[in-house]
Design a binder for this molecule. Structure first.
Ligand code: UFG
Length: 327
């Protein structure tokens, strides 16, 4: 029995690979290494492949048969909102095309369990304080659209040939479960702040005139290690589930503002984190916080690590990497 992890050389995927390996599971990784790194997957066999390429279904099918794969955790995808607005066709081709190829191979190889990386971006701009899964999902950019369409595609496969899947809608993932597995891409708030501090520059706040207590946007920050645990819980759920498919938020239910995150980075690092306030960034909802009630109840999973732990782990990983900040 082996678990196939697509995108297992990436930031979140590598955490799940390591967690599975530490619990004695056999893992095989498929990754195109466009943003992932081979040294993140440990002893796991690594097959280099772009999931959206025409040859992918055949190659994936072969990997599944050779390694006796019983379940797939699917991370491999593009995840930059701004880029998805610039290149919508490519995002659909990569994200929806990638899952299409994966499901084609899974059906032929008779692998019927899938845990899929979805996103809170599927919700768009919800005007509620706590987002529940039953809320009508209305994504506001191509990235969020591809995640929602992938959920629909998996649901259609569930009906057509018995795929059993869990889609996990991640909220704002940050931190590091191991110091060598920090977030290397400077795309999100925490690494963007650390990157600017490292350059001797001030952090940036994109808007402080939102209808929130301190005027900055509120998000639900989830420790990447907690998120990795949610994948393991999902795999266990699929072993015994009576339901063929399910969608869960993965968040804490507690929000933190941009200012609170930056202040926490200051507290952990001892650095001066005085920030520059810039105009609002297009497409940012003022608040996006998960109701984690369903995943708490159905999977028995809940986040164990709060914002100070998230930031401390992100700082430790940043300091352990090639881009240290002198304090
Ligand atoms: N922000 C700043 N300064 C920065 C970077 C970010 O003020 O230097 C602000 C943003 O404007 C936003 C908040 O910090 O208000 C969080 O921004 P991120 O870019 O870290 O995250 P987003 O909430 O925009 O999006 C992230 C992922 C998406 C995912 C979403 C789910 O990038 O893929 O969380 O909540 F869908």
């Amino acid at each position: 029995m082996t678990i196939l992890v697509t995108g297992g050389a990436g930031y979140i995927g590598a955490h799940v690979v390591r967690l599975l390996q530490e619990s004695g599971e056999r893992v095989v990784v498929v990754d195109d290494l466009s943003t992932g790194r081979a040294d993140r997957v440990g002893e796991a066999p690594l097959v280099e492949c772009d999931l959206a390429a025409p040859e992918a279904p055949e190659l994936l099918e072969r990997v599944m048969r050779e390694h006796s794969v019983t379940a797939v955790v699917h991370f491999a995808a593009r995840k930059q909102v701004g880029e998805s607005v610039e290149k919508p066709a490519w995002y659909y081709q990569q994200n929806v095309g990638g899952l299409t190829n994966l499901l084609t191979a899974m059906e032929v190889a008779k692998v019927d369990r899938l845990v899929f990386s979805s996103s809170a971006a599927a919700y768009g701009m919800p005007a509620v304080s706590l987002v529940e899964e039953k809320l009508h999902a209305e994504p506001i950019n191509p990235y969020g659209e591809t995640k929602l369409i992938c959920e629909w595609l998996a649901r259609a496969a569930a009906r057509a040939w018995g795929l059993r899947f869990v889609a996990l809608r991640y909220f704002n993932v940050a931190g590091a479960g191991w110091p060598d597995l920090g977030d290397p891409a400077v795309l999100n708030l925490v690494p963007m702040v650390l990157d600017r501090l490292e350059r001797g520059e001030r952090p940036k706040i994109f808007g402080d005139d939102y209808p929130t207590p301190d005027g900055t946007c509120i998000r639900d920050y989830i420790h990447v290690r907690d998120l990795a645990d949610a994948h393991v819980a999902s795999l266990q759920y699929l072993e015994s589930a009576e339901r063929e498919h399910d969608v869960f938020n993965v968040g804490t239910g507690t929000g933190a503002s941009v200012r609170e995150v930056i202040d926490q980075i200051g507290a952990v690092s001892g650095l001066d984190v005085t920030a520059d306030v810039l105009p609002r960034r297009a497409g940012d909802p003022p608040q996006l916080v998960a109701s984690p009630e369903r995943i708490n109840t159905v999977l028995g999973w809940q986040a164990e690590r709060d914002l100070p732990v998230i930031i401390a782990s992100a700082w430790e990983a940043w300091q352990a990497g090639p881009r240290r900040i002198d304090v």
